[in-house]
Write a new protein. Structure first.
Length: 272
């Protein structure tokens, strides 16, 4: 999930003038601070570790804050509450893996892409579901408010979706036999498989574009974030963050390289 001495004075003046203009144009919950919603349980993208917000998108938001010359403050919330809270300026944005959908675009604006979601269906090895369309006629756990719900219903029309407030409760329901499977993102799947040897995963399906939400009446913040995202992608910062937090079997989606020409490619051997 970052000169020459003869140019130092001019560069500093330009930095200060740009920074001041950008900050004055942006509407922020707290002046000089990027207030970011995050999840405490969606490892490895947005979670709490040793009492500290952590994960791929948390690191991404910290990199955004550095480029925007803003302090970053993280506040935990649920997935279902996050988009309305961004719309109502409780948070400036969110360190969530948010799928962009027409319904969500009616509530908030979205930055340029920060990823492409791939999802998998987790089941028990004693009762495996090998393919996502095999969920038809079964009961599957999904986090409440997730855009994966319509994706699952499209692939497996006869599925019964049972929503839970977070990943942990969904996993517990699967272990307890309350559901037949759990549908979630690929990153979370890798973490759950490592933690629960009794779990198995289906094939991977691409579920859509991921971006950060911003209130519709805050176009200057959206513009500033998009510019910062482009820099984070092109200078290799995102590639390093992805290597830090993703499972060794995962790769950066080709669509992201196409969106940001020149973005350094992932090199696992160089990252470790």
């Amino acid at each position: 999930m970052r000169s020459m001495p003869i140019f130092a004075c001019a560069g500093l003046a330009l930095w200060l003038s740009l920074g001041t203009a950008t900050a004055s144009d942006m509407t922020l919950v707290t002046p000089g601070q990027l207030t970011v919603a995050y999840r405490t349980d969606d490892k490895p993208v947005s979670f709490i570790q040793n009492g500290v917000p952590s994960g791929l998108y948390v690191d991404f938001e910290n990199a955004l804050g550095a480029r925007l010359h803003l302090k970053v403050s993280f506040i935990s919330t649920s997935f279902a509450a996050m988009l309305p809270a961004v719309r109502n300026h409780q948070y400036d944005t969110a360190a969530f893996g948010v799928l962009v959908t027409p319904e969500r675009q009616a509530v908030v604006d979205f930055t340029t892409s920060v990823g492409y979601s791939q999802a998998e269906l987790i089941s028990l090895k004693t009762a495996p579901i090998a393919k996502v369309n095999g969920a038809e006629g079964k009961t599957i756990a999904v986090t409440v408010g997730s855009a994966l719900i319509p994706v699952l219903r499209k692939i497996a029309p006869g599925v019964t979706v049972k929503t839970f407030p977070n990943i942990a409760s969904s996993a517990n329901a699967l272990l307890a036999g309350q559901v037949d499977g759990l549908f979630t993102g690929q990153e979370t799947t890798a973490q759950l498989l490592a933690k629960h040897p009794e779990f198995a995963a289906s094939q991977t399906v691409t579920s859509g574009e991921i971006a950060f939400p911003v209130a519709k009446d805050n176009p200057q913040l959206l513009k500033a974030m998009n510019k910062a995202i482009a820099g984070i992608m092109k200078d290799g910062t995102f590639t390093k963050i992805f290597a830090k937090w993703s499972d060794a079997s995962m790769t950066i989606p080709d669509q992201l390289y196409q969106n940001y020409p020149g973005m350094p490619h992932l090199n696992r051997s160089a990252a470790h």
